[in-house]
Design a protein around this ligand. Structure first.
Ligand code: BGC
Length: 761
């Protein structure tokens, strides 16, 4: 597959500090294991703010989170993702003049991300204050082929002179995390966590090891240089950092290239991370940089083949959704020691924590494109079941597991429990993701091995948290997805997802029984048939709030009794509301930060009639601010379901370019990975109406007027299906795999080769 717009680029780089910080995020490099922000090698001038960061997925320290009042069970510390050794700094000195974009003049400048090559770049034609002109091209890569490896290829061409070239290249061990005490979305405490313990030079490479202050982990980084021309290279260790001085001469029109290799290794995955860093360095140096680039291209070729998505007639949107899909593969963990953080590996917003974003916004994308990745993500949750069991106990539950609202290694990290720990729907979300993975792949072995245990234990928790009242099963004192409405009874989303979880616990029990696979898991967790009966009964009796007069599902028992927030007269600069109004004030109003009941109407659409869904959509649209980036994509999907393509298109447009246009004004803290998965969903589940249910795969394609055509490709069970939709018709092609029954607009078709079906108007 050839990407239509594989390169995202900006010309004439802005010198504005805020733009620079946003671009540190937008052009960051990551591969799921490491992430490096796109900071300038030479730095910015004094007084400029920057978040200079390199991160290892799943690598954390423990930070204090003292509660003002010491009530039982409140979280007193949290994990925080660490900024590890910095190998980005390279100073270029041309005949005594140090290159800086803030001195001399930039004749031309450009930054780009090449999504087919997996490389970011910066090129500048620079004239020094003394009039020396150079062309500088800097390429960066975090390798998908060798996950430990980050490279910088720094080329200088002398345009109008010959003379001395020096590079001062740094490998800093003294690093700290970014903090901002006024923004709840980043850490507020000062961030010095890593203690350098060892620094050495071997075969010209520097190796620095550091230990975390509390979590007992260590990380090692190694840095080595190669220069394209004979040069004097000298590396020294000074105060836990290494500095390499490179000196040579350049002729007019000659190009000189410095390649800097950095490898990272951590003690979560490796017994001896120094030894591992050395062998990773050896591996990286064994082949040429071109061979490493080639391996990167190969990896991405396969990736793009699996997740083709193209919109004819909207190149900007195609570029934005491809950018987003690229960020997802950059961000997602590739082993079971980690997951995908809300900001990926691009910044320190939300401190590298994993949320329900993974299950509800990102796995639906990987289920259809790279299901093995979903399997890993579920594997991570399974690995952290013991912590979830402990969490349930802390919260007073006698059985079951309660997954943490936000975490890195499995324990709860949310300091403010009303919009953190109280979000019990995380259990329903994780269960939903296991079921969705199963429906997309029919991988029953995985269910027997890991998935069922998650489903049974989360089902057990619902039995413990809920209770019968007047014959119906109720769930009190929880927070649904909407964080402007906290600690409520019978949140519709939570109840309907608990119902689904309980029903599937019964179904998986039966499926595994038939396949002779149930005994092992049942014995492992002491599950009885009586419990299965109880699950069934609670699901049947689940209370789902419904308002007779409005004919909608109220978000919870009290939502409709509250005063409606006056959104029209709220000053524009008071959004997001969470930064301007006390939580209690928000909680007392009908105002939603994000899709809540509307999300439930998408994922559990069969629980309500189309009329109820339509009424609810119209109602919640008026009271939702979309202050969360997880919201507009869901409104887009439900608008599509209700046949409002133009509205759906507007919602999609708002969310697809969120990071490229910094519309939420916090892209400097990192990308919004859930929103990125959400854009894909808005097209595939939204416009194309894809659903995968127990009785098969459904489509109901529609197309917004401004598009000529859109097409995408998905994996389903053992097959790959291509879908092309234009104004008149939809074409379904079985790209590979066995014959499939598909349902389009409710009618059954056999997909053997290719079928064309007229659209509904
Ligand atoms: C949203 C949550 C989300 C978190 C991380 C918050 O703003 O309200 O739903 O999980 O961001 O993305």
């Amino acid at each position: 597959m050839i990407l239509k717009r594989p390169i995202y680029e900006i010309e004439n780089i802005s010198f504005d500090n805020n733009d620079l910080m946003v671009n540190e995020t937008v052009f960051h490099n990551a591969n799921g294991y490491i992430g490096v922000r796109s900071n300038y090698e030479e730095g910015y001038p004094e007084g400029f703010d920057t978040i200079r960061g390199s991160y290892v997925n799943g690598f954390y320290d423990i930070a204090d989170m003292r509660q003002a009042e010491k009530l039982f069970g409140l979280v007193e510390d949290k994990q925080t993702m660490l900024n590890v050794a910095d190998s980005q700094t390279i100073h270029l000195i041309i005949d005594g003049e140090t290159f800086s974009l803030f001195e001399g003049s930039a004749i031309s400048s450009k930054r780009w991300l090449d999504m087919e090559q997996g490389i970011t770049g910066r090129s500048i034609v620079w004239c020094s204050p003394a009039g020396k002109q150079v062309e500088i091209v800097i390429k960066r890569m975090t390798s998908f082929y060798q996950l430990s490896l980050f490279t910088i290829e720094y080329s200088v061409k002398a345009l109008n002179f010959k003379g001395k070239i020096e590079f001062l290249s740094y490998h800093y061990g003294e690093v700290s995390n970014y903090s901002n005490e006024n923004d709840p979305r980043v850490a507020k405490e000062s961030g010095k966590y890593l203690i350098p313990t060892q620094a050495l030079i071997e075969d010209g490479a520097s190796y620095l090891t550091s230990q975390t202050s509390k979590s007992g982990l260590s990380v090692c980084s190694g840095v080595q240089h190669k220069v394209s021309k004979n040069s004097s290279i000298n590396t020294k260790i000074k105060e836990h950092s290494a500095i390499t001085m490179i000196e040579t001469f350049i002729d007019e029109n000659e190009t000189l290239t410095l390649t800097k290799y950095t490898v990272f290794s951590d003690s979560i995955r490796q017994k001896d991370c120094m030894a591992n860093a050395k062998s990773e360095m050896e591996k990286a140096l064994e082949v040429s940089i071109e061979a490493l680039y080639e391996a990167q291209r190969e990896y991405l070729k396969d990736y793009w083949e699996n997740c083709l998505l193209e919109i004819k007639g909207d190149d900007d949107l195609t570029e934005a959704v491809n950018y987003n899909m690229y960020q997802l593969i950059q961000s997602v963990g590739k082993d079971e020691y980690c997951n995908i953080a809300a900001k990926g590996l691009s910044g320190e917003g939300y401190e590298g924590h994993y949320f329900w974003d993974t299950e509800m916004y990102i796995e639906p994308f990987f289920n259809l494109t790279e299901p093995a990745i979903t399997k890993n993500l579920i594997g991570f949750r399974h690995n952290t079941m013991e912590q979830a069991r402990e969490n349930a106990k802390i919260l007073g539950h006698k059985k079951g597991v309660l997954f943490p609202w936000r975490t890195i290694m499995g324990t709860e990290c949310s300091g403010y429990f009303p919009s953190g720990t109280a979000g019990y729907h995380i259990n329903g979300d994780i269960a939903y993701s296991v079921i969705s993975y199963y429906l997309a792949t029919k991988d029953l072995d995985f269910i027997a091995d890991k998935g069922a245990e998650i489903i049974f234990e989360t089902a057990r928790l619902w039995m413990d948290v809920g209770n019968y009242y007047n014959g119906s099963f109720r769930i009190n004192e929880v927070t649904g997805p909407d964080e402007y409405t906290c600690m409520v009874n019978n949140n519709y989303y939570t109840n309907v997802s608990a119902q689904y979880n309980l029903r599937w616990a019964v179904k998986f029990y039966e499926l595994l029984k038939v396949a002779n696979k149930v005994t092992m898991v049942a014995n492992r967790i002491g599950l009885s048939e009586t419990e299965i009966k109880e699950f069934n009964e609670a699901a049947t009796c689940m209370f789902l709030p419904y308002d007779e007069s409005l004919k909608i599902n109220p978000q919870d028992d009290s939502f409709l009794t509250k005063k409606v927030w006056d959104l029209k007269n709220t000053p524009k600069d008071h959004f997001p509301l969470l930064l301007h109004y006390h939580p209690l004030h928000l909680y007392r109003h009908q105002v939603c930060k994000q899709a809540d009941t509307v999300l439930a109407h998408f994922i559990f659409e069969d629980a309500q009639s189309m009329d109820t869904i339509r009424n609810s959509f119209a109602y919640y649209e008026k009271v939702t601010t979309h202050d969360s980036s997880l919201s507009t994509c869901i409104f887009s999907i439900v608008a599509s379901k209700l046949g409002m393509e133009e509205k759906a298109y507007d919602y999609l447009g708002d969310s697809a370019k969120l990071d490229l246009f910094n519309t939420h004004k916090n892209t400097k803290d990192g990308i919004h990975t859930a929103n990125m998965g959400g854009n894909f969903m808005a097209i595939v589940y939204g416009f194309a109406g894809l659903r995968i249910k127990e009785n098969g795969i459904y489509f109901a394609p529609a197309i917004p007027k401004v598009w000529e055509e859109y097409r995408f490709q998905i994996n389903y069970e053992d097959s790959q299906i291509k879908v092309e939709v234009n104004a008149k018709e939809s074409i379904f092609t079985l790209v590979k795999g066995s014959l499939k029954q598909i349902k389009v607009f409710g009618n059954d078709y056999e997909l053997q080769n290719r079928i064309t079906i007229p659209n509904k108007h």
